[in-house]
Design a protein around this ligand. Structure first.
Ligand SMILES: [Fe+2]
Ligand SMILES: [Fe+2]
Length: 361
């Protein structure tokens, strides 16, 4: 460890010399100056571990220098040097923040005891400060690590979901890319509404998995080239609840499951499975419902050819207030037609759920 630096400030040369000699005899590194201004210059250039200040000095008295030091660097301890017959001055210095006082002329034992204690105190304070800084640094580091882990975990979850989505395509090849497009459309609308940012990944996962219940629907119904009869309709409609039942068991998808359950509800209460009405339908489901209808209309279906984008937009406008939430339809119609065309054409390959967070609207 380097020798501790002690600054002695006294206008009397004899005192400065006595103090320096004593301090150096104990291995301290000592500097001495004769007035307050010189002391300030010294402290500005290098930080002493302790300052001994004479109270009565011409120009700047010891109190003034003490006040300045407390303000400049409160961690540097100060000991005032006072005459034996001036104890009230010593107490006043302590009241102003001096660590201790030493009586003049110096009595060896009291002198070293005072200096030793002040330096010890200083060491503890510095250690404590370093410990605090170290701790804060460690907390920051750990928080960043945890955040990265959380992100990694979310990405691996999303990877699993992407695989699940592709499994549905194997069964329902006609709707190839449907989940991806509905997800991209959903996020576009959601960002324009706008929904809180934390809700976006929930909505993306819900949109991506909205038809996952179709895994349980027989292929003959999924791919039937004509309209479904009543029984087939009933079976097909079960996909909302099937999807919900699968997803709600996964804590990370619980909120998304609510959207999946409600994605076929109509704003006027004539949808399924629960016939929910208006804002009783989760906001996410009201958005997915428009995105889903848009993609269904602009894609070829087993029972009809694709509609043009403007025709599909017109259809959505027509169904505002019946099938769709009119406020969200308004938002949807504010987005220019070309946006949807480009979005459909430029979906990333391979499709990544995470990339949708950066989607421009
Ligand atoms: Fe559906
Ligand atoms: Fe769908």
């Amino acid at each position: 460890m380097d020798a501790e630096k002690i600054l002695v400030v006294d206008d009397e040369e004899a005192i400065r010399e006595a103090a320096s000699t004593m301090l150096e005899s104990r291995g301290y590194c000592c500097a001495s100056v004769s007035d307050g201004h010189a002391a300030q210059d010294y402290v500005r250039k290098q930080t002493p571990d302790l300052v001994l200040i004479d109270v009565i000095m011409p120009e700047m008295d010891g109190f003034k220098l003490l006040d300045w030091l407390r303000n400049y660097d409160p961690e540097i301890p100060v000991i005032v040097l006072t005459a034996v017959n001036d104890i009230p001055t010593a107490l006043e210095a302590i009241r102003r923040g001096a660590y201790d006082y030493i009586l003049k002329p110096f009595e060896k034992e009291q002198f070293f005891h005072g200096v030793g204690r002040a330096l010890q105190q200083r060491r503890l304070e510095v250690e404590n400060r370093n410990y605090q800084q170290d701790l804060e640094h460690k907390v920051e580091e750990r928080t960043a690590e945890l955040r990265a882990k959380h992100c990694e975990l979310e990405q691996s979850y999303d990877g699993t979901l992407e695989a699940l989505g592709s499994a549905l395509h194997l069964k329902d090849a006609e709707t190839e890319g449907h989940c991806q497009r509905v997800t991209a459309f959903t996020i576009s609308i959601a960002k324009t509404v706008p929904v809180p940012i934390a809700y976006l990944p929930i909505m993306a996962r819900a949109a991506f998995l909205h038809d996952i219940g179709k895994m349980a629907i027989p292929g003959s119904i999924l791919r039937k080239p004509g309209p479904l009869d009543d029984d087939e309709k009933r079976i097909m409609r079960a996909h909302c609840e099937i999807g919900y039942n699968v997803l709600t068991r996964i804590p990370f998808l619980r909120d998304a499951a609510q959207i999946v359950l409600a994605h076929q509800e109509f704003f006027d209460g004539t949808g399924y499975p629960r016939g929910l009405q208006g804002e009783a339908i989760p906001l996410g489901a009201r958005i997915v419902s428009i995105a889903n209808a848009l993609d269904a209309m602009i894609s070829d279906q087993p029972y009809r050819r694709a509609l043009s984008m403007s025709h599909a937009r017109e259809e959505i406008r027509r169904c505002a207030g019946t099938q769709f939430d009119p406020k969200i339809v308004q938002v949807f119609l504010c987005i220019r037609e070309q946006h949807w065309v480009e979005l459909r054409e430029n979906l990333g390959s391979p499709f990544r759920l995470a990339q949708l967070k950066n989607l421009k609207t």
